[in-house]
Write a protein that binds this ligand. Structure first.
Ligand code: GLY
Length: 302
């Protein structure tokens, strides 16, 4: 007799170019593949031990935020003003509860602040100074913006002075999971697009665009150029396709086809549906990703 599906984790480290021109700007690909593998392995241990999908995706996202290889948390890309503004969101499938933050400048792990918003704010999305004030109330210490900036990102900013780059959102990170109880969760975190206007908000903290999780549908995290992703509410679109009977891989492919054909968007998605089968799709040259197979082995790819 078949038992319940095993738990599942899938993680992405951003859709973008294979070189450093469209992703985090940090060069070699190998660290990104290793990074997503490490985050997926840690989250898998949570799920294997009976932990919740919510705990698993928050752990994976916070590990990737701390890894300077990715455009999230420490190592995030710089705005046109030369500082870091972070966006993140989180959604939990059994309750449809969600928390998000945007334009945060003084928090080391915005995904932990998004979780506090979900659990303790009575709101869903907090931005800027209001989000920072809430962080202090929650005991999340102020983190100097300069400590989020790594030398490679400062050099990239200096080299780009006077040049208007293509709006790429590469290097965003995300995680989706299904736990032993059958609940799903999704988390996404980013520094946004390189040289973005201060105050610009992309898809990552927008529920339905960058992140969606519903036990009746699927858990989805998106990456790529945020504005087109918001226009087609990509994460909810892909979740609905799973709800309509598509497999996770087929739903991911269809979502990315629609992103490209309807709004000319570039990006990727990761999906875990009710069966636990992961799905991935992207229309950029690469998307670092890691996932658990049915035996619980962590697989990685670019
Ligand atoms: N997908 C990240 C952004 O556009 O901000």
């Amino acid at each position: 007799m078949n038992g319940p599906p095993p738990p599942a984790i899938a993680v992405h480290g951003g859709a973008g170019a294979l070189d450093d021109s469209g992703t985090s700007g940090l060069g070699p690909e190998a660290p990104r593949e290793e990074g997503v593998g490490r985050a997926a392995a840690a989250a898998w241990e949570v799920l294997r031990g009976g932990g919740s999908a919510l705990d698993a995706v928050v752990l994976a996202a916070s590990i990737l935020e701390d890894d300077p290889t990715f455009n999230a948390g420490t190592g995030a890309t710089l705005t046109a003003s030369g500082d870091v503004e972070l966006d993140a969101s989180l959604m939990y499938g059994p309750t449809l509860s969600a928390g998000a933050v945007a334009c945060v400048k003084d928090v080391k792990n915005p995904i932990l602040l998004a979780r506090a918003v979900l659990e303790r704010s009575g709101h869903l999305l907090l931005v800027g100074e209001g989000a920072s004030g809430f962080a202090r109330e929650m005991g999340i210490p102020a983190w100097p913006n300069g400590r989020l900036v790594i030398p490679q990102q400062r050099a990239r900013f200096d080299a780009a002075r006077g040049v208007k780059p293509a709006p790429v959102g590469g290097g965003t990170i995300g995680a989706v999971a299904r736990d032993r109880a059958g609940h799903v969760a999704a988390a996404t975190s980013t520094g946004g697009t390189f040289l973005k206007r201060p105050g610009r908000v992309g898809d990552s903290p927008v529920i339905g665009a960058g992140t969606y999780a519903d036990d009746l549908l699927a858990a989805v995290s998106a990456t790529g150029h945020g504005e087109p992703i918001i226009r087609i509410t990509l994460a909810r679109l892909v979740a609905d396709l799973v709800g309509a009977g598509r497999s996770a891989p087929a739903a991911a492919s269809e979502g990315i086809r629609i992103l490209g054909e309807r709004v000319g968007g570039q990006g990727g998605v990761i999906v875990v549906g009710p069966s636990g089968e992961p799905g991935f799709a992207y229309n950029t040259p690469a998307m670092a990703r890691a996932w658990s197979d049915t035996a619980g082995t962590i697989r990685t790819a670019l």
